[in-house]
Ligand binder design. Structure first.
Ligand code: HPA
Ligand code: ZN
Length: 333
């Protein structure tokens, strides 16, 4: 049995495996520019974030109906459960679908159908986080928040993803303020390819509670000190960082230095269908490549539940306590 953990940085569209992509393409009459799954997999050699995003958005063409989104999420949850995930906070990119003419409701209700059954079917509790595409306009983000209003019972928070450099968090100050007023939790990708200053902006201007990635905070010792002092969780994705060339090789990933500095680190899979592994694969990889031992892995698992949005009352706190007890009781084999 794998170590129990929460996954806090996972794009549901990034769980679209080539086999499912081709099955959905056939079902929906969508022509893909690849002969087969093997040829598609060969395209998974990325130079940077943008080269990945081009393929990632392109392949989404196969997702069209509520049933497609339901199947995508259910397949992820089954895989996640097998990797020890007990709680998943799942990102989705509504603008990547509404821009193709897929209604917001189709996306959120399809995903929601799978999430509704997740505890019973997979033993995984879930939350949904709606991401704004930062390379789209602030007005488009605000319109997306407006579209989300009838579906807020399904949505726990907002995030910010897509091409980072040149699209600082401050561009989205107004929409984050509006999201906060609706009671939504706030996170943002920052410091993946963008500078440490974007991490500061996400905290100071957007008021986020967690930073997604945050890798480049290490270039700013004062910022590191602040993140430690304020116990701001970082949702790191080491396999993603290697595939998108934020670090050269896994052996050079700063995770051990970040943990030693006292940062509240979590380890996540980001877009596992594209980056070579789901979350327990990632735990294994950092164990092997970075020498993070069993107690280090246990710390990462504990952090994942501490950083989860499981503070909405006594029932959620009890669930968090149960998960933390599972981590404490876990014996490595
Ligand atoms: N970074 C930014 N945007 C994304 C990512 C990522 O790693 N994955 C999916 N959208
Ligand atoms: Zn991400």
């Amino acid at each position: 049995m794998p170590l129990p953990k929460a996954e806090l940085h996972l794009h549901i569209e990034g769980t679209l495996e080539p086999e499912l992509a081709f099955a959905l393409a056939a079902r929906n009459g969508v022509e893909l520019p690849y002969a087969d799954t093997e040829e598609l997999r060969k395209a998974y050699l990325f130079d940077d974030l943008q080269s990945f995003l081009d393929l990632y958005y392109g392949l989404m063409a196969v997702l069209r109906t509520e049933a497609d989104f339901e199947e995508l999420a259910d397949a992820y949850l089954a895989r996640a459960a097998a990797q020890g995930v007990r709680h998943a906070e799942i990102f989705f990119d509504p603008q990547a679908h509404t821009a193709r003419g897929i209604p917001f409701a189709t996306v959120v209700e399809g995903l929601g159908r799978a999430l509704d059954r997740s505890e019973e079917r997979h033993g995984v509790s879930t939350r949904l986080i709606m991401c704004f595409l930062r390379d789209q306009s602030a007005e488009s983000a605000m319109a997306t928040l407006e579209e989300a209003k009838p579906h807020l019972r399904r949505i726990t928070g907002v995030g910010l993803d897509s091409a980072e450099v040149g699209h600082p968090p401050s561009k989205f100050a107004a929409v984050y303020e509006a999201a906060g007023a609706l009671g939504l939790r706030k996170v943002a990708h920052a410091g993946e390819e963008g500078p440490a200053a974007y991490v500061r902006e996400a905290l100071d201007v957007l008021g986020v509670e967690r930073i997604d990635h945050g890798l480049r905070c290490m270039e700013d010792p004062e910022l590191v000190e602040r993140l430690v002092r304020e116990r701001v969780p970082l949702t790191l994705c080491p396999l993603s960082n290697v595939r998108l060339r934020a670090v050269d090789i896994l052996e050079e990933h700063p995770l051990p230095r970040m943990m030693a500095a006292g940062l509240l680190c979590t380890v996540n899979s980001d877009d596992p269908a594209y980056f070579g592994g789901y979350v327990d694969d990632t735990f294994r990889a950092v164990h092997e490549a970075l020498g993070i031992g069993q107690e280090g892995l246990r710390e990462l698992a504990r952090n994942s539940f501490e950083a989860a949005f499981l503070d909405g009352g006594p029932e959620e706190e009890a669930l968090r306590a149960r998960y933390l007890a599972e981590v404490a009781a876990y014996t490595f084999d």
